[in-house]
Design a protein around this ligand. Structure first.
Ligand code: OGA
Ligand code: NI
Length: 336
């Protein structure tokens, strides 16, 4: 059966190709509310304290939230609104942008990788390349008419935040602040606008099944009203409570590799709910295609021998899309 987008279509029951086998369901009653994912105030004037908080969070959680992050409230409010408006466009309008080819630099897609997966996920997403903006913006959606303006402005602000965080992460590893950035090269930036429509049977499926992010750093803006993000910590799923005016930050596979395994790119997933659509906007910072991902020598001394072989991001990304999202951690394929 050809797969189609799900936003804007009425479902009275969950189609069978979205139903997970019993052993692979979210078991929502076993998930605890997480109040202890670190919330880090980037406005903090004590630099050493801030760097330590970031380092501890990257090591112990792989996830944290940031407040006073420098991205304007206006940019955040506008992108949430325009994303809602985009997914509320008529199905025929949205389908003009549909593609299941992951190599496309702009596409509306559904689930994760419909050509490869056996069970689908209750998600539509608009995937955009965002850097350099003048190269990619012309191919972005022209409806809603304010889309390009709003999204490009948001992209610029979020990029600054991401780079600032990478500098802090670098310092927290005992490296020079530019060290990680220099290895990552001229970084790309992608966006996934994720839309999870109300789901007739949320306990039988996922919005996104457990995965780690293949990129360097993820900056996630999540709907304040509708929770759905869960993170694996010590073998248990924890629900991340959305905080006002915060972003959720997580370490991607590339920073796990560059930290020689000290910082964790942890498993996370998105669940859906019966009543309300949920929206999230994920921004991904991505190594340049030719960047050689190799942890700095300072992190590969003594008992800390290099865990991963050197690789390029192009090689990694190809592997990432060729496998099932929720099976092995993709970095396992790059171990020494
Ligand atoms: C992602 C992701 C989580 C969410 O896009 O990689 O993990 O809450 N999204 O939408
Ligand atoms: Ni993710």
């Amino acid at each position: 059966m050809a797969t189609n987008i799900i936003s804007g279509i009425k479902f009275s029951s969950l189609p069978t190709n979205y139903i997970r086998p019993k052993s692979d369901r979210p078991k929502l009653c076993e998930v605890s509310d997480c109040n202890d994912i670190p919330v880090i105030d980037l406005g903090c004037q004590h630099k050493n304290r801030l760097i330590k908080q970031i380092g501890d969070a990257c090591r112990d959680y792989g996830f944290f939230q940031v407040i006073n992050h420098g991205v304007s409230k206006e940019a955040v409010d506008k992108i949430l609104k325009v994303a809602h408006d985009f997914f509320n466009l008529p199905v025929e309008e949205k389908m003009k942008l549909y593609s299941d080819d992951p190599s496309k630099t702009m596409r509306l897609a559904t689930s994760f990788n419909v050509k490869k997966e056996s069970v689908h996920n209750w998600r539509d997403y608009l995937r955009l390349h965002c850097y350099p903006l003048d190269k990619y913006m012309p191919e972005w959606p022209s409806l809603p008419s304010s889309f390009k303006d709003i999204v490009s402005n948001y992209c610029k602000e979020v990029r600054e935040l991401g780079i600032k965080l990478q500098e802090a992460i670098s310092e927290s590893l005992g490296l020079d602040k530019d060290s990680l950035k220099n290895i990552l090269g001229e970084q790309g930036q992608h966006m996934a606008m994720n839309y999870y429509p109300p789901c007739p049977k949320p306990e039988l499926t996922y919005g996104l099944p457990a995965h780690t992010d293949p990129n360097a750093l993820t900056i996630l803006l999540q709907d304040l009203q509708v929770a759905g993000l869960q993170v694996l910590k010590d073998g248990k799923w924890l629900a991340i409570k959305p905080q006002p005016d915060a972003f959720v930050i997580n370490i991607g596979d590339q920073i796990q590799a560059l930290s020689n395994g000290k910082y964790k790119s942890v498993w996370h997933r998105a669940i859906v709910n019966a009543d309300k659509a949920r929206l999230s906007v994920a921004s991904f910072l991505i190594p340049s295609e030719t960047a050689k991902i190799s942890a700095p020598n300072e992190l590969k001394t003594g008992e800390n021998a290099a865990i991963y072989r050197d690789f390029t991001y192009a090689e990694y990304y190809e592997k990432f899309w060729s496998r099932d999202l929720d099976k092995d951690h993709c970095l396992e394929f790059f171990k020494n």
